[in-house]
Design a protein. Structure first.
Length: 205
């Protein structure tokens, strides 16, 4: 009985000695996964080249976008029919929500509107600026360019008619292969498009 008990104890200790390092390895690996670098967009300091519209208040709904753009992932186009995502990098929120927020800030920065807001904020609205994100990507198929293309419609909120519509586009060199440089190039393209949209809105309402 004593011999059997000793052998059983040794067997248990051997299993424990084999198991504990595996548990320790698993726990050590929990915090070692590579984290994505997170990026934001700048709010364009639009000076509002158009005339002041202090009596007008506008609503900026969240832009529409295809599923590939409706996420936190940063799109890289490798061919006309193929896209990938920038490794270990992401936006700080879903792209359409970021674009909406920065458009509102750009309108506010112009200082030429009676009011601007998002749905649910209770403003008495004169016009809606409805946008669709057509492209927001690093296009490596054409020499690595940061391309932003957004279509916009100004809709009279009182009768639903389209007052004006236009497509805005900007493309700047994305530089080398560093993610930080690519994102900065996208930010410059977006800033250019945002400024164009704000100036066009002021001239159209």
């Amino acid at each position: 009985m004593a011999v059997s008990h000793l052998l059983a104890r040794r067997s248990l200790l051997a299993r424990a000695a084999f198991t504990l390092p595996l548990v320790a390895l698993t726990l050590a690996g929990c915090g070692t996964g590579a984290k994505n670098d997170t990026y934001d967009l700048s709010a364009a300091m639009a000076d509002g080249a158009g005339p002041a519209a202090k009596r007008s208040q506008i609503l900026v709904p969240e832009p529409t976008a295809l599923q590939a753009l409706n996420s936190e992932q940063i799109v890289v186009r490798v061919s006309p029919s193929e896209i990938q995502y920038l490794a270990r990098s992401q936006w700080s929120d879903k792209l359409p929500r970021m674009v909406q927020s920065k458009l509102v800030e750009a309108y506010e920065n112009s200082g030429k509107l009676g009011g601007v807001g998002k749905p649910g904020q209770g403003l008495a609205i004169d016009y809606q600026v409805v946008t669709d994100i057509r492209a927001f990507e690093i296009d490596s198929s054409k020499g690595s360019q940061a391309v932003v293309e957004i279509s916009a419609k100004i809709i009279n909120d009182r009768n639903g008619t389209v007052r004006a519509q236009k497509v805005f586009r900007a493309a700047v060199p994305a530089g080398g292969g560093a993610a930080d440089g690519m994102v900065k190039a996208l930010d410059r393209s977006f800033s250019s498009v945002t400024t164009q949209i704000v100036d066009w809105t002021l001239q159209s309402i």
